[in-house]
Design a binder for this molecule. Structure first.
Ligand code: IMP
Ligand code: MG
Length: 187
């Protein structure tokens, strides 16, 4: 299986590495101020949020722990979700009475996150907040109370910096938009 070189379907670099890193440092500082003197647990939903989590936590100065959850969301097509979520593997941490900050790569329709929030809320954390790197606000179908947001982006399919196109190119240090007319999925 081979995927095309991304330069063949790159429409544009939406957010370059410098802007990305500057904004992540700002978010880390804001989170550090807000949680001063409090216990904090960062939860990353695999896999898209991994790069964001690891960069963000380096800018968080309050003591915190991290945990991961792997979920699959089912949709009407490869690019659409409906909020039917299956937990592939769950947190190791008991979040009861913890201050939880969910660290997400992108919120699109919001269906996936809404379901995850409902699941986590039943475990009665002390607080539950959301930090997303990207917000595709125009596409939102259900309300999601976002506490920290890196960038609001237009309705384009993006990849890089944790986000994949057919599982590839999560390693790129920038956020790029796909030119769908020049993209063919790997065999
Ligand atoms: P939602 O349930 O529609 O909000 O979908 C959210 C999930 O879909 C994200 O956590 C991503 O994994 C994925 N997703 C949505 N938009 C994009 C995109 O432009 N590029 C890559 N993944 C995306
Ligand atoms: Mg995701």
């Amino acid at each position: 299986m081979t995927v095309a070189d991304y330069t063949e379907f790159l429409q544009e670099v939406l957010i370059d590495e410098e802007r990305l890193q500057k904004r992540i440092a700002e978010l880390g500082a804001e989170i550090s101020r807000d949680y001063q003197g409090q216990d904090l647990l960062l939860i990353c939903i695999l896999r898209g949020g991994v790069l964001f989590l690891t960069d963000l936590m380096r800018h968080i100065t309050v003591p915190h722990t991290i945990d991961f959850m792997d979920i699959s969301s089912y949709g009407v097509g490869a690019r659409e979700t409906t909020g039917h979520v299956r937990i592939n593997f769950d947190l190791r941490t008991d979040i009861y009475d913890r201050n939880v900050l969910l660290v997400e790569d992108i919120i699109d329709s919001g269906y996936t996150l809404k379901t995850v929030l409902e699941i986590l809320a039943t475990r009665r954390p002390r607080s539950l907040r959301i930090c997303t790197l990207l917000d595709k606000a125009e596409r939102r179908k259900v309300h999601i109370p976002i506490d920290y947001c890196g960038f609001v982006i237009p309705d384009k399919f993006v990849f890089g910096y944790g986000l994949d196109i057919d599982e590839y190119y999560r390693n790129l240090p920038f956020i790029a938009a796909v030119d769908t007319s020049r993209y063919t999925p790997p065999e």
